[in-house]
Design a protein around this ligand. Structure first.
Ligand SMILES: Nc1nc2c(ncn2[C@@H]2O[C@H](COP(=O)(O)OP(=O)(O)OP(=O)(O)O)[C@@H](O)[C@H]2O)c(=O)[nH]1
Ligand SMILES: [Mg+2]
Length: 409
């Protein structure tokens, strides 16, 4: 049961004021007497992590924390420990006493969770005493999703648990690159800094890939496309893997020797969040499009569109050039697909870096339900630029699908 390493488990921090029933909730959710419960406020003094199996989700770490309203100097220290635990958590559950209203420490806690972007749900506990309507009004005003429960009488707990499991990050998230490289390998990452690059920072797939490469003890070289050739000539041996931004794939493919593994950040994301073989299968539809067909370009986040934006400008242009068809291309932003989804012949999805894997899987399922092929930006861009199957070579499942699709390039 405890085989999954702690770091790989989803960490859930249970937070709230003293005596609201945080420890009781952990016991309730796991059906075990794991945490000490008592009527004395301040029972839990230090954060206590328990590795448990939360059926049917799988292995998690429950982090029981000290009350955020703890008093005195020692209390302050405990609070900062609690805050540290929250920062490290993948998810938090904020517990409130049904009889009370929010106090300062609780509104601060909520602000903090929102600031550090730890997703959380609220539970209003001890409802058998009656619920203070002001508390609910306050939570609603803050747009916080809450569940009314009683740990003591085991009311509402199962319903809450169901929702919680639905929202937890997917524990089967495939890695970005850790299975492609090993200790001492040289990984070259090509990061063009063009007008579309955000000021002063790298985008999420790049940051996550660098981090994973470092975690695997690889030697990670990050260059712009312009410097790639000289970087390769400076290396004593050929690199073990080159990862590039999709938009530079043509240049990069030309500069990287054929026998070096090459892929794109977007293809890594397709596997990590989405379903790479599914997107490869979607390529078939690109060749079947006809004049007047509707194509949906779906962008999950609402970033500010650049002048030569990838989703709104470049992909439509490339798609029309590639198919030589008069396509009707719609672009939508945001979490939901449009209501007229069934009218589309193809969905071109963004990398989904702002979505959880679960959310991305839901979108793929919705497309599948309506029999609409789906591809993502990176797979499509590489294909239209003639870099498929080369960029798929490191991924066996994707290559198997590519053979099945039977497209000729
Ligand atoms: N009536 C009632 N009592 C509850 C409920 N949940 C917890 N309690 C009681 O509330 C008291 C505090 O519960 P704990 O689970 O220890 O609370 P905590 O938030 O962990 O408290 P600290 O560790 O002191 O911060 C105990 O006496 C519990 O039995 C509930 O739903 N209804
Ligand atoms: Mg406790």
């Amino acid at each position: 049961m405890n085989k999954t390493a702690s770091a790989e488990r989803t960490h859930i921090a249970i937070v709230g004021k003293r005596n609201v029933g945080k420890s009781s909730l952990i016991n309730c959710l796991t059906n075990q007497e794991l945490s000490i419960v008592s009527e004395t406020p301040g029972t839990t003094t230090d954060p206590v992590s328990k590795a448990v199996e939360m059926f049917p989700y799988g292995p998690v770490v429950m982090v029981d924390t000290a009350g955020i309203d703890d008093e005195g100097e020692l209390g302050t220290k405990r609070i900062s420990k609690t805050i540290k635990s929250i920062s490290k958590a993948d998810f938090a559950i904020a517990v409130f006493d049904a009889r009370e209203q929010l106090d300062n420490s609780e509104t601060e806690l909520i602000t903090y969770l929102q600031k550090i972007e730890v997703p959380f749900l609220a539970v209003v506990n001890k409802i058998e005493f009656g619920i203070n309507p002001n508390l609910l009004t306050e939570l609603e005003a803050l747009e916080i999703k809450y569940f009314e429960i009683s740990c003591k009488e085991h009311v509402g707990v199962n319903n809450f648990k169901k929702k919680l499991i639905h929202l937890l990050p997917d524990s089967n998230e495939p890695p970005l690159i850790s299975d492609l490289v090993g200790q001492g390998d040289v990984v070259v990452m090509v990061v063009p800094i063009d007008l579309g690059a955000p000021k002063g920072r790298l985008i999420k797939p790049q940051v996550l890939s660098i981090r994973e490469a470092l975690d695997e003890d690889t030697i990670c070289v990050v260059v712009k496309d312009k410097e790639l050739r000289s970087a390769l000539s400076l290396l004593k041996n050929l690199p073990d893997l080159v990862i590039t931004d999709s938009q530079a794939i043509m240049r990069v493919a030309a500069d990287v020797p054929e026998n070096v593994k090459l892929t794109t950040f977007s293809i890594l994301m397709a596997r990590h969040k989405g379903n790479l073989p599914e997107f490869v299968k979607g390529l078939k539809r690109v060749e079947e499009l006809n004049n007047g067909d509707k194509v949906l370009i779906s962008e999950a986040c609402t970033h500010h569109a650049q002048e030569d934006d990838i989703g709104t400008v470049k992909i439509p242009r490339w798609l029309r050039l590639h198919t030589k068809k008069n396509l009707q291309i719609d672009i939508t932003h945001g979490y939901d697909f449009p209501d007229n989804l069934s009218e589309y012949k193809l969905i071109v999805h963004c990398g989904g870096c702002m979505l959880t894997r679960k959310a991305m899987q839901v979108r793929i399922k919705q497309a599948r339900l309506l029999d609409i092929p789906i591809v993502n930006y990176g797979v499509l861009i590489s294909y239209m630029h003639g870099a498929v199957p080369r960029v798929l070579l490191p991924f066996n499942e994707a290559m198997a699908e590519w053979e099945k699709v039977g497209l000729v390039v």
